[in-house]
Design a protein. Structure first.
Lengths: 277, 320, 427
């Protein structure tokens, strides 16, 4: 019993120490985002400033970058595209693992191969294709590309996750006369909620933080996601944006992802049963 | 008696038709067991990926055989760009750096991610102890770049820390010399990416059934032997995901390097993706840059196939 | 519990899909506003100037009934690739920013850019455009685009530090180095340099002040990077680095922060740096000053000043050519240029415009307009892209290893030779 306690204690200690190290850069971000805009000095970046200016920095960043218009569409892309990708990926994983699709490995590599291409090289041909198909500067166009990027990851995770589900479940359900679709929707998907939530959280964040595709494939303020506007403030030498304001805007746009991570924590504390009847 | 494969229930008795489908790939029980529309399940995925990711890349492949400069009509160049690849010293540095990235990424973010997941799992409040590792992934890119600029600047925080602990490097500008700058950037990326791996490993841990663990406990296993005999093998599906993704991502490393050093100084921290971007979009040599892109893609593809074939083939025939 | 969760999830996805479908119908960002008139899209790689562009857009709406809204990019290579790709599509920009020098010549020769010769000649006649600027916008005897901005590169200095050590802005090179010496002796780093993006600044400044002819010949392929004039410049730069006059080039701190906090006493930069100064709550003439860097070579007739000017262009097949041309015509008038310049605290191409409150810059603008300086196009625009890419890398490597200057010059020369062997000389 005491040994158990010692082991638990060591675990907690290691996690706390590592966790504090991990939080250090985040602390740096917050402390300097809360500094008055003109008071940034890298020499004492670690000490908190006298006054707490985080909110006024954020408001200034909001106005300067004109974030209001892009938030709605960014939410749309970050929720819908991962959801679509998860569905498509789960269907693919299901067909390869459970439905034993012929040449399953080849099909899987076809889909996973989508991640192999460097994104920067896709920008120009996609722009040209989108302009011809009238998808340029359109919400469906962006939803489509974000979903496409997210499918390989979702398919990979779901495929591997499904290998852990006992095949006997599938067989027994078929015996009972269920259609494959029903088995997928009513049995396999619910069993995988842990993986589904994890994929969604990660892909929401990835899509939310995307800069290149949003910048190149759209131009209207109501269609462009939020990152192009934010990065204009942060990384442009011609801007002269003070560091506290740049950090404040970075924190501001990270809030949805952070909130999502925190809200979904409870999904990852429980065990699952994957078909041990 | 040690078992190295997970426990399995004996499957219920099934009628001949269904059993035939289970046995072979071309058994006529196939359709009966798996339904008629198997290909319909894979079609959306295959189509969306082929249409939006594969097709655009064909344009890059085409360009790699030309001398396109982004503006004037492309002129055919045959294999000239590929021949030039063999004589480019900057490409050699780039390949070397990319290899360091692959090694570093499969070690650090994967290893630490696993450590955090395993330590925090089944711990009261473990989810909260995990949170500091997940949050960096949520922060947007440029803000991270600013903060790490402060940390890594000459005379910055990390230099101070090294001096405080009397470690070497207190007065070395961390981003100016290769391969130190690559290693330092790998650390910065570890900070950001560990959350992804941790989360995936947690999902894997969650899906381990209780029975094998109970059985092993009865056998007297605990702690490290439990991990090695039961947990680690059962974690394999998600480990494959994490490592597979880490391989691909590390080969394609671009963002961290571009923001921090733009591949410099003097191209010493370039990775293949950075070289590709610089040659194509900065130097306006679309043809040559596309050849680098094709090289990078082929390497990534081959590595993925080799790794996944080995990993996934091992799993074939395990579930029923 | 699982079923409810799944139903909630499905419901969410369904409702978002419906929203998306509705949103999708009304998408493809309409380019005309609900009110009267056209709104032109101005594509630019100065994403941070969006607030200023928006101001001008409101103004132009009132003045000429044409609105303007910016589409900002922040990554210059991506922006260029996008604009070049758009030439082949039907999604052409109404207006876009570009670069003078070889880049402008390229798109002009491809007949992609609208001819603005009439605007220029009228502008010069009206005194809205200086004659000295014309050559940078001329290709094959015709003018294209109008100046988006004009900036002069000089030295920004921290007034408090100068006053503390009894220093005044130098008027010749001896004084210039003396100032650096005094600062160094008191433990203050005199100059700022960086190995990212602007790694060419000291190279161009020193070469322009030594042998401006060679500087210009480099950009047309008629001079070599290994010629004695260039080698001497690198030696000079090396000495300055080895004497400890330069800041650490790997330091990622923003130069405005370094100047404000006294980490460096002087920063060589374009006059648009005023915008950064203002953001840091620094006042021109009070907290900081600005002077033109004297020539290294005292026997040159005029002081060399690096000029940065970016064009604002309209496409030949723009969606609304007439509106775009009308906009360009309005852009060069004081009605547009005065607020454009004042908002950013920067110079303007229009000689009638003055910068209130900044006597240093106003003096420079007057002198430039009067032809007192030998204006040279900035290296970033003057060098062809492959050569520029090689040079930026080489200068960055040089700053880390100052003794390697010969190797670095040879690398650039290689790129120079490769480029000019397949291109006609003549920017």
């Amino acid at each position: 019993m005491a040994r158990r306690r010692a082991i638990t204690g060591t675990k907690v200690l290691v996690l706390v120490v590592l966790g504090l190290i991990w939080l250090a850069p985040a602390y740096l971000m917050v402390v300097n985002a809360a500094r008055p805009a003109g008071a940034y000095n890298p020499a004492d970046a670690w000490s908190p400033a006298g006054s707490f200016e985080l909110l006024s920095n954020m408001r200034r960043a909001w106005d300067d970058a004109g974030l209001g218009q892009s938030l709605g569409s960014t939410v749309l892309y970050s929720v819908l595209s991962p959801a679509l990708a998860i569905l498509i990926g789960a269907l693919a994983g299901f067909s390869i693992v459970t439905l034993r699709l012929r040449h399953g490995f080849a099909w899987f590599m076809l889909i996973f191969g989508g991640t192999v291409f460097p994104a920067q090289m896709l920008l120009v041909p996609l722009f040209i294709a989108y302009s011809r198909l009238n998808l340029y500067d359109s919400r469906p166009g962006l939803i489509l590309i974000y979903a496409a990027i997210s499918v390989p990851f979702a398919a990979f995770v779901m495929r591997n996750f499904f290998t852990g589900v006992a095949f006997s479940i599938f067989e027994a359900a078929r015996l009972d006369g269920a259609s494959t679709a029903r088995i997928f929707w009513r049995m396999y998907l619910p069993l995988s909620w842990s993986a589904l939530v994890a994929i969604f959280v990660l892909e929401f964040t990835f899509t939310w933080n995307d800069l290149l595709f949003g910048m190149t494939l759209s131009q209207s303020p109501g269609i462009r996601p939020v990152m192009p506007a934010v990065s204009a403030l942060q990384s442009d030498v011609y801007a002269g944006t003070p560091v506290p304001v740049a950090l404040a805007v970075g924190l501001l746009v990270s809030i949805p992802a952070i909130a999502l991570f925190m809200a979904t924590q409870r999904f990852f504390t429980r065990g699952l049963t994957l078909g041990q009847l | 008696m040690t078992t190295r494969t997970p426990l399995r229930l004996t499957p219920p008795r099934v009628p001949a038709a269904l059993a035939a489908g289970r046995r072979g790939r071309r058994g006529h029980g196939d359709r009966a067991l798996f339904g008629r529309f198997r290909h319909g399940y894979i079609a959306p995925g295959a189509l969306i990926v082929a249409g939006l990711l594969y097709l655009p890349f064909l344009w890059t492949v085409y360009l790699s055989f030309t001398n396109y400069d982004g503006l004037t009509p492309a002129t055919w160049a045959g294999f000239a760009n590929y021949r030039a690849l063999l004589h480019d010293p900057a490409l050699l540095t780039s390949i070397r750096n990319t290899l360091i990235w692959v090694a570093g990424t499969t070690l650090l973010p994967v290893g630490l991610g696993l450590l955090v997941a395993v330590l925090s799992y089944n711990l009261r409040g473990g989810a909260w102890l995990r949170l500091p590792f997940l949050l960096p992934y949520a922060f947007s890119g440029a803000g991270i770049g600013l903060v790490w600029g402060v940390l890594l600047s000459p005379g910055g925080t990390i230099n101070h820390l090294l001096g405080f602990f009397h470690l070497p490097g207190a007065s070395t500008p961390l981003l100016s010399y290769a391969p130190l700058n690559t290693i330092v950037l790998i650390i910065a990326m570890t900070w950001q990416q560990i959350g992804v791996n941790t989360l995936l490993f947690v999902v894997g841990l969650q899906s381990i059934p209780r029975e094998p663990i109970e059985a092993a406990k009865i056998d007297g296993a605990s702690g490290w032997s439990m991990f090695r005999r039961v947990i680690w093998p059962l974690l394999t599906p998600l480990t494959t995901v994490v490592v597979g993704l880490a391989l691909v991502a590390s080969l394609k490393t671009f963002d961290v390097v571009w923001v921090a050093t733009q591949g410099g100084p003097g191209r010493s921290s370039e990775t293949l993706a950075v070289t590709m971007y610089r040659d194509t979009f900065v130097a306006d040599q679309y043809g040559y840059g596309s050849a680098v892109a094709v090289l990078l893609t082929v390497v990534t593809g081959v590595v993925s196939v080799i790794y996944l074939r080995q990993q996934l083939a091992r799993r074939e025939g395990l579930s029923g | 519990m699982r079923r409810r969760m799944r139903n909630v999830a499905l419901g969410a996805v369904a409702s978002v899909s419906v929203l998306a479908a509705i949103a999708g119908c009304g998408s493809s960002g309409g380019s005309s506003s609900a009110t009267t008139g056209v709104t032109l899209k101005l594509y630019n790689d100065k994403g941070a100037w969006s607030p200023y562009f928006n101001q001008l857009g409101t103004m132009s709406k009132k003045d000429i009934g044409i609105g303007m809204s910016p589409v900002g990019y922040t990554d210059e290579p991506t922006y260029q690739a996008f604009i070049q790709a758009s030439f082949h599509t039907n999604k052409k920009p109404d207006l876009f920013t570009w670069q003078t020098g070889g880049q402008l010549a390229e798109i002009a020769q491809l007949h992609q850019v609208a001819n603005t010769t009439s605007i220029w000649q009228q502008g010069i006649a009206d005194g809205d455009l200086p004659k000295g600027l014309e050559q940078y916008y001329t290709v094959g005897g015709q003018q294209y685009c109008v100046p988006l901005n004009v900036a002069y590169w000089g030295m920004f200095y921290n007034k408090a530090i100068f006053t503390k050590y009894g220093l005044t802005p130098p008027t010749n090179w001896t004084q210039f180095m003396h100032v650096a010496q005094v600062l160094k002796s008191h433990g203050v780093t005199p100059f700022y340099e960086t190995d990212v993006l602007f790694s060419f600044v000291w190279f161009e400044q020193l070469l322009a002040g030594t042998d401006p002819q060679v500087y210009e010949q480099l950009s047309t392929g008629k001079a070599s990077y290994t010629s004695p004039a260039v080698v001497n410049v690198m030696k000079m730069w090396q000495t300055m680095i080895n004497d400890g006059y330069m800041s650490d080039p790997a330091d990622k701190t923003d130069p405005s922060v370094m100047l404000k906090n006294g980490q460096v006493a002087m920063v060589p930069d374009g006059s648009w740096f005023n915008t950064s100064m203002t953001q840091q709550n620094l006042k021109p003439g009070v907290d900081y000053g600005y002077f033109i860097i004297p020539n290294v070579n005292p026997s040159l007739p005029k002081t060399s000043v690096i000029l940065e000017s970016g064009p604002l262009c309209s496409l030949v097949n723009a969606p609304d050519e007439a509106a775009s041309m009308k906009y360009l015509k309005w852009w060069i008038t004081p009605a547009a240029q005065q607020p454009w310049s004042s908002a950013r605290g920067d110079a303007s191409a229009n000689p009638k415009v003055s910068v209130t409150g900044d006597t240093d810059l106003s003096t420079v603008m007057k002198n430039a307009g009067a032809g007192q300086y030998n204006l040279l196009l900035r290296y970033f625009e003057a060098a062809p892209p492959p050569v520029l890419a090689a040079a930026l890398d080489a200068f960055g490597a040089f700053m880390v290893h100052p003794n390697s200057y010969m190797t670095q010059l040879q690398t650039i020369q290689q790129a120079q030779q490769t480029y000019w062997s397949s291109h006609q000389a003549g920017s």
